[in-house]
Design a protein around this ligand. Structure first.
Ligand code: GTR
Length: 436
């Protein structure tokens, strides 16, 4: 064989490659599966039972759920999102700006620097708060990460422009400037939230870790690894979503210290990749009383086993930094996953979860999101609560469910006023003011 190769004239070899390469490339493209949007091709699957321990025994009582929840949490940590390291220093807080005359006097604005590893000068998260004025008791709050920097959620000129790296739609060469101020206001109806009696707390996810493969070296995972507290590369080490979720919990650490906020009435909300983050933060941190997933899709509220829209393989290929190394084992192998999205939702039970889809957001698999919310139901029933009321998806723009809520809105992948109206109503029902 070797000697045969030697006799091959370079020109012949060149001609051979010219012919063979395009065919090879075509084959490899054909091997990359196209997204499926055909209901008849979503595949057969059996979901793992959230109420069955790994050893086959059953969860019968609420107290069994405590152990089963710990087991499921550990599976998600090990196989899906990766573990945030334990024993990190407690963050410290610095209120850098405060004004009680924001929004024409309706609200108090605060900007708080959260030193994530306690050290002033180390990694930090800038939290922006608007808190309604004139309430008789501390305010309940919505908290969520934003995509472009705190200055993008409002036109309020007092909000600091982020100094963290931003993606191209929010700045030039990774640097944000005044041009992106207010770019995301449609996703953050601050006045509506304030008028309904809620505070809004938001922070830029890129403060925690910039969102690109390799971004970990410039974020919290790199900072922690350089302190020797975690190996960034072990197959169950935290991925970027885990890092962002960890950052949300540090923001709640701050909320617990702010006398104007009621830390027992906090709803976490997130859109898309930040919806996956909200679900994972809510699953782990029981201080979130309401957990809201807006169009979170694959790796969030959508069942991985349903092969519709984005798949495990596709998300792990496009965004290799979001999940942990072990999650790659499930590329085109979803049936081997010991968990699925219904269990991610159920991890927050009996706390309340709202899942929202959008009709044109087929990439996120609206039906898969609905079914996951539906199949979290048995865990809620254990607590005497009702999951989603029907086997069928509701009509568009109709909110259903009490302990678990769901809607599918008309339109595309986005978070809009209709979504917020449902979240505010859901929070009113599920984060009632307590006398204390
Ligand atoms: C897409 C990704 C989705 C979703 C979305 C987003 O490109 O495939 O899983 O997270 O980004 O976050 O906007």
């Amino acid at each position: 064989m070797h000697s045969g190769m030697k006799r091959l004239h370079p020109l012949v070899l060149f001609l051979f490659l010219c012919q063979a390469l395009p065919a090879f490339l075509q084959d490899s493209c054909a091997a990359a599966p196209q997204a499926n949007y055909d209901e008849s091709k979503t595949g057969e699957y059996t979901l793992p039972d959230p109420l069955k321990f790994s050893d086959g025994s059953l969860v019968k009582k609420r107290k069994d759920w405590v152990r089963r929840r710990a087991e499921i949490l550990d599976l998600f940590r090990c196989e899906v999102f990766g573990r945030a390291p334990a024993g990190l220093p407690k963050p410290t807080f610095e209120v850098t700006e405060s004004d009680s005359r924001a929004l024409d006097g309706k609200a108090t604005r605060k900007q708080v620097t959260i030193w994530l590893l306690a050290t002033n000068g180390g990694p930090k998260l800038d939290l922006l708060l608007y808190i309604p004025n004139g309430l008789k008791r501390p305010a309940p709050a919505f908290i969520g990460l934003n995509f472009g920097g705190n200055h993008t959620v409002t036109k309020d000129p007092a909000v600091h422009v982020t100094k963290s790296y931003v993606r191209s739609q929010f700045g030039k060469n990774g640097v944000a400037n005044e041009e992106s101020r207010g770019l995301q206001t449609s996703r953050w109806p601050i006045e509506k939230i304030i008028d309904r009696g809620y505070a809004l707390a938001t922070a830029y996810y890129g403060d925690i870790e910039p969102d690109y493969d390799g971004g970990w070296t410039n974020g919290i995972r790199g900072a922690v690894a350089s302190q020797g507290a975690a190996t960034a590369f072990s197959p169950d080490a935290w991925g970027a979503i885990s890092a962002w979720a960890w950052g949300l919990s540090r923001a709640v650490d701050y909320l617990q210290t702010d006398p104007q906020i009621d830390p027992r009435r906090v709803a976490v909300v997130g859109h898309s990749r930040l919806g996956k983050t909200a679900l994972w933060a809510g699953a782990q941190d029981e201080r979130f009383g309401v957990v809201i997933s807006n169009n979170s899709g694959e790796g969030g509220a959508a069942l991985a086993r349903r092969l519709y829209g984005e798949t495990t393989q596709r998300i792990n290929t496009s965004f290799p930094h979001w999940f942990c190394g072990n999650y790659k084992k499930y590329n085109a192998n979803e049936a081997a996953l010991p968990v699925d999205a219904h269990m991610l939702i159920a991890l927050s039970a009996p706390r309340r979860v709202y899942v929202a889809s959008a009709e044109e957001d087929r990439w996120a698999d609206p039906k898969g999101e609905f079914l996951a919310a539906k199949h979290a139901g048995p865990v809620y029933r254990l607590f005497g609560l009702r999951g989603l009321p029907s086997e069928e998806m509701p009509p568009v723009n109709k909110s259903v469910g009490k302990a678990v809520g769901y809607h599918i809105r008309t339109g595309g992948h986005d978070i809009r006023d209709f979504d917020w109206d449902q979240y505010l109503d859901f929070a009113d029902r599920n984060l009632p003011a307590r006398k204390s």
